[in-house]
Ligand binder design. Structure first.
Ligand code: CP
Length: 302
Protein backbone atom coordinates (compact mmCIF):
# COMPACT_ATOMS: atom_id res chain seq x y z
CA UNK A 1 0.00 0.00 0.00
CA UNK A 2 1.45 3.36 -1.02
CA UNK A 3 -1.54 5.71 -0.90
CA UNK A 4 -5.07 5.00 0.33
CA UNK A 5 -7.32 6.58 -2.26
CA UNK A 6 -10.31 4.31 -2.91
CA UNK A 7 -11.86 1.08 -1.69
CA UNK A 8 -11.22 -0.76 -4.95
CA UNK A 9 -7.52 -0.98 -4.12
CA UNK A 10 -8.04 -3.31 -1.12
CA UNK A 11 -7.83 -7.04 -1.74
CA UNK A 12 -9.70 -9.44 0.47
CA UNK A 13 -6.39 -10.72 1.88
CA UNK A 14 -5.28 -7.20 2.76
CA UNK A 15 -8.63 -6.54 4.43
CA UNK A 16 -8.35 -9.70 6.50
CA UNK A 17 -4.78 -8.77 7.57
CA UNK A 18 -5.89 -5.27 8.54
CA UNK A 19 -8.85 -6.54 10.53
CA UNK A 20 -6.73 -9.10 12.37
CA UNK A 21 -4.31 -6.30 13.26
CA UNK A 22 -7.20 -4.01 14.31
CA UNK A 23 -8.43 -6.74 16.64
CA UNK A 24 -5.00 -7.06 18.21
CA UNK A 25 -4.82 -3.31 18.68
CA UNK A 26 -8.25 -3.29 20.26
CA UNK A 27 -7.51 -6.23 22.58
CA UNK A 28 -3.91 -5.50 23.59
CA UNK A 29 -3.21 -1.82 22.95
CA UNK A 30 -0.17 -1.78 25.29
CA UNK A 31 1.71 -4.02 22.82
CA UNK A 32 1.77 -1.24 20.24
CA UNK A 33 2.83 1.76 22.33
CA UNK A 34 5.76 3.55 20.72
CA UNK A 35 5.59 1.66 17.41
CA UNK A 36 5.49 4.86 15.35
CA UNK A 37 7.75 6.93 17.60
CA UNK A 38 9.49 9.66 15.65
CA UNK A 39 6.93 9.68 12.82
CA UNK A 40 4.71 12.63 12.03
CA UNK A 41 1.17 12.63 10.62
CA UNK A 42 -0.21 15.77 8.95
CA UNK A 43 -4.00 16.16 8.90
CA UNK A 44 -5.20 18.57 6.20
CA UNK A 45 -8.95 19.03 6.47
CA UNK A 46 -10.66 21.30 3.93
CA UNK A 47 -14.08 20.13 5.19
CA UNK A 48 -15.37 19.73 8.77
CA UNK A 49 -14.84 16.51 10.70
CA UNK A 50 -15.11 15.15 14.22
CA UNK A 51 -14.60 11.38 13.99
CA UNK A 52 -12.15 11.04 11.12
CA UNK A 53 -9.85 13.84 12.23
CA UNK A 54 -9.80 12.94 15.91
CA UNK A 55 -9.64 9.17 15.49
CA UNK A 56 -6.69 9.50 13.11
CA UNK A 57 -4.96 11.81 15.58
CA UNK A 58 -5.72 9.50 18.50
CA UNK A 59 -4.49 6.51 16.48
CA UNK A 60 -1.19 8.19 15.68
CA UNK A 61 -0.68 9.40 19.25
CA UNK A 62 -1.50 5.97 20.70
CA UNK A 63 1.14 4.44 18.45
CA UNK A 64 3.72 6.92 19.73
CA UNK A 65 3.77 9.23 16.71
CA UNK A 66 2.99 12.93 16.63
CA UNK A 67 0.46 14.94 14.65
CA UNK A 68 0.08 18.37 13.11
CA UNK A 69 -2.39 19.89 10.72
CA UNK A 70 -5.12 22.31 10.00
CA UNK A 71 -8.88 22.27 10.30
CA UNK A 72 -10.80 24.41 7.86
CA UNK A 73 -7.80 24.45 5.54
CA UNK A 74 -9.70 26.45 2.94
CA UNK A 75 -9.57 29.41 5.35
CA UNK A 76 -6.59 28.71 7.62
CA UNK A 77 -4.01 27.38 5.14
CA UNK A 78 -2.40 29.20 2.23
CA UNK A 79 -5.23 27.87 0.05
CA UNK A 80 -6.94 31.11 1.12
CA UNK A 81 -4.12 33.00 -0.68
CA UNK A 82 -4.62 30.96 -3.84
CA UNK A 83 -2.10 28.14 -3.29
CA UNK A 84 -3.03 25.00 -5.22
CA UNK A 85 -3.64 21.69 -3.49
CA UNK A 86 -0.68 20.25 -5.39
CA UNK A 87 1.73 22.89 -4.07
CA UNK A 88 0.43 22.48 -0.51
CA UNK A 89 0.97 18.72 -0.71
CA UNK A 90 4.48 19.14 -2.16
CA UNK A 91 5.34 21.30 0.85
CA UNK A 92 3.63 19.23 3.56
CA UNK A 93 5.10 15.97 2.26
CA UNK A 94 8.47 17.47 3.10
CA UNK A 95 7.41 17.88 6.74
CA UNK A 96 5.37 14.74 7.47
CA UNK A 97 5.60 10.96 7.01
CA UNK A 98 1.93 10.57 6.09
CA UNK A 99 -0.81 13.02 5.07
CA UNK A 100 -4.48 12.50 5.95
CA UNK A 101 -6.50 14.63 3.53
CA UNK A 102 -10.16 15.58 3.56
CA UNK A 103 -11.21 17.77 0.67
CA UNK A 104 -14.42 19.12 -0.78
CA UNK A 105 -13.56 18.11 -4.36
CA UNK A 106 -13.94 14.59 -5.74
CA UNK A 107 -10.57 13.39 -7.02
CA UNK A 108 -8.54 15.61 -4.67
CA UNK A 109 -6.84 12.67 -2.95
CA UNK A 110 -5.73 11.24 -6.29
CA UNK A 111 -4.34 14.65 -7.31
CA UNK A 112 -2.51 14.87 -3.99
CA UNK A 113 -1.07 11.37 -4.39
CA UNK A 114 0.30 12.30 -7.82
CA UNK A 115 2.67 14.85 -6.28
CA UNK A 116 3.25 13.56 -2.75
CA UNK A 117 6.47 11.90 -1.63
CA UNK A 118 4.71 10.34 1.40
CA UNK A 119 1.50 8.26 1.64
CA UNK A 120 -1.77 10.14 1.17
CA UNK A 121 -4.82 8.82 3.01
CA UNK A 122 -8.13 9.91 1.53
CA UNK A 123 -10.26 10.99 4.49
CA UNK A 124 -13.16 11.92 2.20
CA UNK A 125 -13.07 13.71 -1.17
CA UNK A 126 -16.35 15.52 -1.77
CA UNK A 127 -19.01 13.05 -2.91
CA UNK A 128 -16.26 10.67 -4.11
CA UNK A 129 -15.01 8.15 -1.55
CA UNK A 130 -14.15 7.75 2.13
CA UNK A 131 -12.22 4.46 2.13
CA UNK A 132 -11.10 4.45 5.77
CA UNK A 133 -14.73 4.89 6.87
CA UNK A 134 -15.57 1.86 4.74
CA UNK A 135 -12.78 -0.11 6.42
CA UNK A 136 -14.21 0.58 9.87
CA UNK A 137 -17.74 -0.08 8.60
CA UNK A 138 -16.73 -3.46 7.23
CA UNK A 139 -14.80 -4.28 10.39
CA UNK A 140 -17.93 -3.42 12.39
CA UNK A 141 -20.12 -5.74 10.29
CA UNK A 142 -17.61 -8.56 10.82
CA UNK A 143 -17.32 -7.80 14.54
CA UNK A 144 -21.06 -7.52 15.16
CA UNK A 145 -22.36 -10.31 12.91
CA UNK A 146 -19.36 -12.64 12.91
CA UNK A 147 -19.22 -12.76 9.10
CA UNK A 148 -19.19 -10.61 5.97
CA UNK A 149 -20.03 -13.20 3.29
CA UNK A 150 -23.79 -13.61 2.77
CA UNK A 151 -24.83 -10.41 4.56
CA UNK A 152 -27.94 -8.61 3.36
CA UNK A 153 -27.41 -4.85 3.49
CA UNK A 154 -29.78 -1.91 3.12
CA UNK A 155 -28.13 1.41 2.26
CA UNK A 156 -30.58 4.17 3.15
CA UNK A 157 -30.76 7.92 2.56
CA UNK A 158 -28.58 10.12 0.39
CA UNK A 159 -26.93 7.52 -1.82
CA UNK A 160 -26.00 10.00 -4.56
CA UNK A 161 -23.85 12.23 -2.37
CA UNK A 162 -22.84 9.77 0.34
CA UNK A 163 -19.19 8.88 -0.13
CA UNK A 164 -19.35 6.32 2.69
CA UNK A 165 -21.98 4.23 0.93
CA UNK A 166 -19.94 4.29 -2.25
CA UNK A 167 -16.78 3.13 -0.51
CA UNK A 168 -18.59 0.49 1.54
CA UNK A 169 -20.39 -0.91 -1.50
CA UNK A 170 -17.07 -1.31 -3.32
CA UNK A 171 -15.56 -3.11 -0.31
CA UNK A 172 -18.56 -5.39 0.18
CA UNK A 173 -18.41 -6.36 -3.48
CA UNK A 174 -15.22 -8.29 -2.70
CA UNK A 175 -17.22 -10.76 -0.58
CA UNK A 176 -19.55 -13.63 -1.46
CA UNK A 177 -23.33 -13.65 -1.76
CA UNK A 178 -23.88 -10.09 -0.56
CA UNK A 179 -27.30 -8.69 -1.42
CA UNK A 180 -27.94 -4.93 -1.51
CA UNK A 181 -31.09 -2.84 -1.10
CA UNK A 182 -30.65 0.81 -2.12
CA UNK A 183 -33.37 2.78 -0.35
CA UNK A 184 -33.50 6.41 -1.50
CA UNK A 185 -35.74 8.97 -3.13
CA UNK A 186 -35.07 9.24 -6.89
CA UNK A 187 -33.36 12.65 -6.47
CA UNK A 188 -30.55 11.03 -4.45
CA UNK A 189 -30.57 7.47 -5.81
CA UNK A 190 -27.40 5.40 -6.04
CA UNK A 191 -25.37 6.26 -9.15
CA UNK A 192 -25.29 3.83 -12.07
CA UNK A 193 -21.52 3.22 -11.85
CA UNK A 194 -21.98 1.32 -8.57
CA UNK A 195 -24.91 -0.67 -9.89
CA UNK A 196 -22.89 -1.63 -12.98
CA UNK A 197 -20.00 -2.62 -10.71
CA UNK A 198 -22.31 -4.94 -8.74
CA UNK A 199 -23.72 -6.42 -11.94
CA UNK A 200 -20.18 -7.16 -13.10
CA UNK A 201 -19.56 -8.99 -9.80
CA UNK A 202 -22.88 -10.88 -10.09
CA UNK A 203 -24.12 -9.37 -6.82
CA UNK A 204 -27.87 -8.71 -6.68
CA UNK A 205 -29.28 -5.31 -5.77
CA UNK A 206 -32.75 -3.86 -5.42
CA UNK A 207 -33.68 -0.20 -5.68
CA UNK A 208 -36.72 0.96 -3.71
CA UNK A 209 -38.18 3.85 -1.72
CA UNK A 210 -40.05 1.60 0.72
CA UNK A 211 -37.88 1.37 3.83
CA UNK A 212 -40.48 -0.43 5.95
CA UNK A 213 -40.64 -3.26 3.43
CA UNK A 214 -36.87 -3.68 3.47
CA UNK A 215 -36.24 -3.58 7.24
CA UNK A 216 -37.39 -7.17 7.94
CA UNK A 217 -35.25 -8.50 5.07
CA UNK A 218 -31.74 -7.38 6.02
CA UNK A 219 -28.88 -8.01 8.45
CA UNK A 220 -27.48 -4.47 8.22
CA UNK A 221 -29.34 -1.18 7.94
CA UNK A 222 -26.77 1.44 6.91
CA UNK A 223 -28.48 4.78 7.50
CA UNK A 224 -27.06 8.01 6.10
CA UNK A 225 -27.68 11.72 6.43
CA UNK A 226 -29.13 13.77 3.56
CA UNK A 227 -26.02 15.84 2.77
CA UNK A 228 -27.32 19.39 2.78
CA UNK A 229 -23.89 20.83 1.91
CA UNK A 230 -23.84 18.99 -1.45
CA UNK A 231 -27.11 20.49 -2.76
CA UNK A 232 -26.90 23.56 -4.98
CA UNK A 233 -30.68 23.88 -5.12
CA UNK A 234 -32.48 24.33 -1.74
CA UNK A 235 -35.75 23.09 -3.26
CA UNK A 236 -34.24 19.69 -4.07
CA UNK A 237 -32.84 19.46 -0.55
CA UNK A 238 -36.16 20.42 1.03
CA UNK A 239 -37.92 17.78 -1.06
CA UNK A 240 -35.78 14.95 0.35
CA UNK A 241 -34.77 16.08 3.85
CA UNK A 242 -36.26 14.01 6.63
CA UNK A 243 -37.53 11.43 4.16
CA UNK A 244 -36.43 8.45 6.27
CA UNK A 245 -36.32 8.23 10.04
CA UNK A 246 -35.57 5.17 12.13
CA UNK A 247 -37.47 5.14 15.40
CA UNK A 248 -38.74 2.49 17.83
CA UNK A 249 -41.46 1.51 15.40
CA UNK A 250 -38.89 0.88 12.64
CA UNK A 251 -36.65 -1.09 15.02
CA UNK A 252 -39.60 -3.39 15.71
CA UNK A 253 -39.60 -4.27 12.00
CA UNK A 254 -35.91 -5.23 11.98
CA UNK A 255 -34.62 -8.74 12.59
CA UNK A 256 -33.60 -9.67 16.11
CA UNK A 257 -29.90 -9.98 15.21
CA UNK A 258 -29.71 -7.22 12.59
CA UNK A 259 -27.65 -4.10 13.26
CA UNK A 260 -28.28 -0.43 12.63
CA UNK A 261 -25.21 1.46 11.42
CA UNK A 262 -24.56 5.10 10.55
CA UNK A 263 -21.24 6.77 9.64
CA UNK A 264 -22.40 9.80 11.68
CA UNK A 265 -22.98 12.67 12.17
CA UNK A 266 -26.74 12.10 12.24
CA UNK A 267 -29.25 14.89 11.98
CA UNK A 268 -32.78 13.51 12.40
CA UNK A 269 -32.63 10.22 10.54
CA UNK A 270 -32.22 8.12 13.71
CA UNK A 271 -34.36 9.05 16.71
CA UNK A 272 -32.35 9.26 19.97
CA UNK A 273 -34.79 6.74 21.52
CA UNK A 274 -33.13 4.08 19.36
CA UNK A 275 -29.69 4.54 20.97
CA UNK A 276 -30.48 2.17 23.84
CA UNK A 277 -31.43 -0.69 21.52
CA UNK A 278 -28.57 -3.24 21.47
CA UNK A 279 -28.88 -3.40 17.68
CA UNK A 280 -27.89 0.29 17.42
CA UNK A 281 -24.23 -0.22 16.48
CA UNK A 282 -23.25 3.31 15.39
CA UNK A 283 -21.36 4.38 18.50
CA UNK A 284 -19.46 1.08 18.59
CA UNK A 285 -18.84 1.59 14.86
CA UNK A 286 -17.29 5.04 15.46
CA UNK A 287 -15.13 3.60 18.24
CA UNK A 288 -13.85 0.89 15.88
CA UNK A 289 -12.46 3.70 13.73
CA UNK A 290 -9.68 4.20 16.22
CA UNK A 291 -8.36 0.63 16.00
CA UNK A 292 -8.82 0.27 12.27
CA UNK A 293 -6.97 3.54 11.69
CA UNK A 294 -4.21 2.42 14.09
CA UNK A 295 -3.83 -0.76 12.04
CA UNK A 296 -3.77 1.22 8.79
CA UNK A 297 -1.14 3.71 9.99
CA UNK A 298 0.94 0.85 11.34
CA UNK A 299 0.74 -0.89 7.97
CA UNK A 300 1.74 2.26 6.08
CA UNK A 301 4.51 3.44 8.37
CA UNK A 302 6.06 0.45 10.20
N1 CP B 1 -18.04 9.59 9.52
C1 CP B 1 -17.31 10.71 9.34
O1 CP B 1 -16.57 10.87 8.37
O2 CP B 1 -17.45 11.62 10.36
P1 CP B 1 -16.71 13.02 10.41
O3 CP B 1 -17.23 13.86 9.27
O4 CP B 1 -17.04 13.59 11.76
O5 CP B 1 -15.23 12.77 10.25
Amino acid sequence: MGHVIESQQFSRTLLEDLFARSEEMKGEPHRFVGRLAGQVMAALFYEPSTRTRLSFEAAMLRLGGTTMGTDNAREFSSASKGETLEDTIRIVSGYADVIVLRHNEEGAARRAAAVSTVPIINAGDGPGQHPTQALLDLYTIRDELGRIDTVRVAMVGDLANGRTVRSLTYLLSKFKEIKFWFVAPPQVAMHDDLKTHLDEHQLPWVETQDLDAVLPEVDVVYMTRIQKERFTDPETYNAVKGVYRIDRRSMALMRKYAILMHPLPRVDEIAPEVDEDPRAAYFRQARNGLHVRMALLDRLLS
